[in-house]
Design a binder for this molecule. Structure first.
Ligand SMILES: Nc1ncnc2c1ncn2[C@@H]1O[C@H](COP(=O)(O)OP(=O)(O)OP(=O)(O)O)[C@@H](O)[C@H]1O
Length: 407
């Protein structure tokens, strides 16, 4: 039987007002260009309640965090062995804000931290209000401890790769791929003439590039300092592909290899009589198999409950909750550890007579109730994060958000 939502439903919510940000000096971090370009133009024609009135003390007390709503940050932060956190969910729910705020919190707790975006539509730079593009490690400014960001740009990588392969028949490819941390891929797939293949990139290549960076983390000295690695992942579909990459390799590169074999055997039928081509192809197939084994190692890492956790981010709408439920089912199937579910953008209770707010909140309460009754989601530690009345941009804002969510 459905349980009606009550004011005592689990929530760490406190009323978060613009004033709270102002008192932290947050607004002074909004870049001038943003202020002028976004505020001086035509006012919006729809009316959005800018500042819900303060909830009564009684209301705030009623929704203060009960035990199950605490994220368990102590556990997340403890230990110096490397841990990976992957944050994922539907587009636009706040994955980047949550991932960036977690990374800031880890760094502020003394962990050398790396935050990586594997979403082809990156928003880490926007979230930190700093230019973090370029596909290399960039230090995030404004923190006392090391926090680095990396936006993997598969689109650009593919373009540059194609150009390099056209320019000098492949020797530039190796240099370029080395720079991308993909030397291993070239080594292992060299004989497959990836440059040609990239003219018709197989689905899932973006994820292959992202995952190869993960391999680099595991092997390279440059990355060994990081004890916390936070992934801001692409919306659900991409992420699932990334996590099932060995299968992707079977399905995509495997198919290409077989296709190539067919073409080769057609064009070099005479040579193959002497056995040379076959040997060559067997060699390539062996290399591909080795690559696959390596990718499987990465997948094992993502399944390791000691070092890895996938945090699902959602918002309290029926659509987002349904998708999160499916995501959890798929992650379970892939044996990826999931313990926490962030429900972001929850409206604070309001004592005002704003009908819009009341309706919206009622709707959200219904979605929260669905979560509590959903067989996939009910068992997760639900962390509610309030909808705040300013955009979360820059380190101080992320710190503010992190202190609310990650307790
Ligand atoms: N709790 C919140 N309160 C107010 N605004 C929020 C909150 N969480 C996120 N936002 C805002 O919502 C927008 C989208 O957030 P974010 O970029 O983190 O989402 P995302 O899931 O990473 O999106 P995408 O799928 O497009 O990468 C941003 O403008 C962000 O500032």
């Amino acid at each position: 039987m459905a349980v009606a939502p009550t004011m005592a439903s689990p929530s760490p919510l406190k009323f978060v007002s613009r004033t709270s940000f102002e008192s932290m000096g947050f607004l002074s971090y909004v870049p001038r260009s943003f202020k002028s370009s976004h505020f001086s133009k035509k006012p919006l024609s729809i009316s959005i309640p800018r500042r819900p009135p303060r909830a009564s003390l009684q209301e705030v007390r009623a929704v203060e965090a009960p035990a199950e709503s605490v994220a368990g940050f102590d556990e997340m932060v403890s230990g110096t062995q490397r841990k990976y956190y992957l944050l994922g969910g539907k587009g636009g729910v706040g994955k980047t804000s949550c991932a960036a705020s977690l990374a800031v919190k880890f760094a502020n707790n003394g962990h050398p931290t790396l935050v990586v975006s594997t979403d082809p539509a990156h928003s880490l730079s926007d979230s930190f209000a700093q230019d973090l593009t370029g596909g290399t490690l960039v230090r995030v400014e404004g923190l006392d401890y090391p926090l680095f960001a990396l936006e993997i740009n598969p689109e650009k990588a593919r373009e540059e790769f194609r150009a390099a392969s056209q320019k000098n028949g492949g020797t530039g490819v190796k240099d370029f791929m080395d720079g991308m941390g993909l030397g291993m891929l070239v080594e292992q797939l060299g004989e497959l003439k990836l440059g040609e293949l990239l003219d018709t990139p197989p689905p899932g290549l973006d994820e292959a590039i992202a995952i190869s960076k993960v391999i680099q983390f595991l092997e390279s000295q440059e990355y060994s300092m990081f004890t916390r690695i936070v992934f801001d992942t692409a919306p659900t579909g991409h992420t699932l592909r990334l996590l099932s990459l060995p299968d992707f390799l079977d399905a995509s590169i495997g198919k290409i290899l077989r296709l190539k074999e067919k073409i080769n055997s057609a064009t070099s039928a005479i040579k193959s009589v002497f056995g040379q081509e076959e040997n060559k192809q067997q060699d390539a197939a062996d290399k591909l198999e080795r690559l696959r084994e390596r990718m499987i190692k990465v997948r094992e890492l993502f399944r390791d409950t000691e070092s890895t956790e996938f945090v699902i981010v959602t918002i309290p709408t029926v659509m987002a909750v349904s998708e999160s439920s499916r995501l959890h089912a798929s992650l379970k199937k892939e044996h990826v550890p999931v313990k926490r579910l962030i429900v972001n953008q929850v409206l604070p209770p309001s004592a005002s007579d704003c009908k819009f707010c009341a309706m919206k909140r009622k709707d959200q309460m219904r979605a929260l109730e669905i979560i509590q009754n959903d067989p996939e989601l009910a068992g997760l530690n639900m962390i509610q994060a309030p909808l705040v009345d300013v955009e979360i941009r820059g380190v101080p804002a992320l710190k503010f958000m992190g202190d609310i969510i990650w307790k």
